[in-house]
Design a protein. Structure first.
Lengths: 288, 365
């Protein structure tokens, strides 16, 4: 019996070590750094004080960027959900031989550098980009139509980055639904749409829920789309961290912002799990 | 039930289904009488499930018509056909309580709330699972889940109950119980039932009529006794039970029987399944259970029986009976199933197989 108790832990140890070294330790470093002092000379002095946190909440500037980040993340989640459910559902229902090929197309963007993909939007949406070029050629507009360097462009960049995550999460959930369930619903009197609402939609919620959470968290931590596609006012919280740490080498303050973001996300994920009840949904499904 | 029962309550007329180049069901005609229990029996890929799914409205026939109560339903969408469907994997909605599962069909039939409760409770009592309404499907065993699926299907009072291999996910003993339960329930409710299975025991034990299918064709239809005892062809005889086949050439008529010559030169009396001409090549089919073994040394061949002598080459004990494999001088091996005797035959024993000509049926090649 004794043996049985430690064996799983032994087998898990490589992954636990990886998680510990690659996730827990760096996060601890960040948290420790956030309490350090930054001397006017630019040196980091080990200390335990809340100055960095006080600085963040001193005026509305930093919190407002945090709030904006959450708003943009929420908008991205909603757009991703609407735009992701439809292809995922299509993959679930289609009997086309092209399905594996189309699935690869969804994943294809992952094979291209995120930076290149984001930069490519400049060639499409920019003043001298494809769309403006065509519109001007066609004589519809005379001066370029400004589509870049605003929040819309940032969200566009986020969408093309995050949509595959949403599609795949929802698809996996849909694909696990026994097709005879919708057939049963229809035989009992449901139209196609009613069967979707009664059976398919509720049973795909675990995937929807996981996809939303993933997209939300990834949006909160991303800095490339706002940096490349956004204007001066479109900075998100990760850009702020990037600037502090890489730009001004202010590790303690950058760490403090990171810690605040991390803390906020933990609270959000915890609350989300509790009230959206993904655990609950998973539990009820896994037994069956 | 005073009215005359409709002999073609469900009617398939020239029904055909193609999936690309594959023809699943070929130009089939089939009538299903009102209130009867009809089984579609056949190996996988014979088209039985496709036929059922076309009736359910889950597949569209390539050509031909389907009628229920004399009304053509080809263009009626599935949700308006009023059929109860039972699936192999139960297909209970995992996110709904048992009550909501059973009430599901009633909700879409605009039944008032108070009546729904009453009907659901009655249906749960009918399947002998009262009081489980608040539980989730995952909290019930496989057999219980299938009973709930049954309750969900009968509560809407369907015109036809369709069952697609409903017992194959259950284990052996449970299957036996469920088989009897479904049978009783069907007789109690009198609902026309179409049952798809590849299990001959299910088909023979439950049905009023068995339809044996192969490669999209009906091979034979009839009451269980008829398809079993008077199998129309080699396939049916082979698919149902354990049959032995012997090639023979017809010689002449002898009373009700035909005298035939076997490949090894011996002769036998057989019951013809049709008209045979002298000199015609044919096939004798003998059920494994209809043959009796005895030791060669005890044998006297005065009775008007067919005899085959041979050697026991293998046997397998099956509890109530023993399967013997007896090799004839012509190297052919016959499968004989006899009840267990005090001293069973052993490998190498010289035996004589005795079989009544009545049980030797001659089939066309």
């Amino acid at each position: 019996m004794q043996e049985k108790n430690w064996k799983p832990w032994l087998l898990l140890s490589p992954s636990l070590m990886a998680v510990f070294l690659l996730l827990v330790v760096p996060v601890c470093f960040v948290v420790v750094y956030s309490f350090w002092l930054r001397a006017p000379t630019g040196q980091d002095i080990p200390a335990f004080q809340f100055g960095n946190y006080a600085k963040f909440f001193a005026d509305f500037f930093y919190p407002s960027i945090l709030l904006k980040t959450l708003r943009v993340a929420l908008e991205t989640v909603i757009l991703c959900l609407v735009m992701g459910y439809i292809p995922a559902y299509f993959f679930y229902r289609t009997e086309s031989k092209l399905k594996p090929f189309l699935m690869i197309l969804v994943m294809l963007p992952f094979w291209i550098s995120f930076i290149i993909r984001t930069l490519s939007w400049i060639n499409i949406l920019g003043d001298a980009g494809l769309i403006n070029h065509l519109l001007m050629k066609a004589g519809i507009i005379t001066t370029p139509f400004a589509m870049l360097y605003n929040e819309g462009a940032v969200i566009m960049g986020l969408l093309q980055y995050l949509l595959p995550f949403m599609i795949l999460n929802i698809y996996v959930s849909l694909d696990g639904i026994d097709r005879s369930l919708t057939e049963a619903a229809k035989s009992l009197g449901c139209t196609e749409w009613q069967a979707f609402r009664e059976v398919t939609l509720p049973l795909s919620l675990p995937g929807v829920s996981a996809g939303c959470l993933l997209v939300f968290v990834l949006t909160c931590g991303t800095y490339l789309p706002p940096m490349i596609l956004g204007g001066p006012g479109n900075e998100m919280i990760a850009n702020l961290i990037f600037k502090r740490v890489i730009g001004t080498l202010d590790w303690p303050f950058g760490s403090a912002i990171s810690a605040i973001l991390l803390f906020l996300l933990i609270i959000i994920v915890y609350t989300y799990n509790r009230y959206m009840g993904i655990n609950q949904i998973f539990k009820s499904l896994s037994n069956g | 039930m005073a009215q005359e029962k409709d002999p073609a309550f469900v009617k398939f007329q020239g029904i055909e289904k193609r999936f690309g180049k594959v023809v699943a069901v070929k130009k089939m005609d089939l009538d299903i009488p009102e209130g009867s229990f009809v089984t579609l029996l056949g190996p996988s890929g014979c088209g039985k499930t496709t036929l059922l799914r076309m009736l359910a409205g889950l597949e569209n026939p390539t050509s031909g018509d389907i009628f229920i109560k004399g009304k053509r339903i080809n263009d009626t969408p599935i949700h308006k056909r009023n059929l109860g469907m039972i699936f192999q994997n139960y297909a209970l909605f995992p996110h709904k309580t048992i009550f909501d599962n059973v009430a599901f069909g009633l909700k879409y039939r605009d039944v008032p709330k108070a009546n729904i409760r009453e009907k659901v409770e009655k249906a749960l009592e009918t399947v002998r699972l009262p009081g489980v309404g608040n539980r989730m499907p995952s909290q019930l065993s496989g057999g219980q889940q299938q009973r709930i699926a049954l309750a969900r299907a009968i509560v809407i009072e369907p015109d036809v109950l369709l069952m697609d291999e409903p017992l194959s996910a259950l284990d052996e003993n449970l299957r036996e119980d469920m088989r009897r339960e479904i049978d009783n329930l069907q007789q109690e409710l009198g609902v026309t039932t179409i049952f798809v299975t590849h299990d001959q025991r299910e088909a023979l034990s439950m049905s009023d009529k068995v339809v044996v299918m192969k490669d999209g064709f009906i091979q034979q239809e009839g009451v269980p006794e008829e398809v079993y005892n008077n199998s129309a062809n080699h396939f049916v005889a082979d698919f149902l039970g354990h049959s032995n086949f012997l090639n023979a050439v017809v010689e002449d008529r002898e009373n009700d029987f035909l005298r035939v010559r076997l490949e090894d030169g011996s002769s036998a009396l057989v019951t013809p399944s049709g008209d045979f001409a002298s000199g015609e090549k044919a096939e004798i089919v003998i059920r494994a259970q209809k043959m009796k073994l005895e030791y060669s040394r005890n044998h006297n061949s005065e009775e008007k029986m067919n005899f085959f002598s041979g050697t026991v080459v293998d046997r397998s004990y099956m509890g109530g009976e023993v399967s013997y494999f007896v090799q004839l001088p012509g190297k052919q091996v016959l499968h004989v199933i006899n009840f267990v005797k005090r001293s069973p035959y052993r490998r190498g024993d010289e035996v004589v197989i005795t079989v009544d000509p009545y049980h030797c049926r001659l089939l066309k090649m």
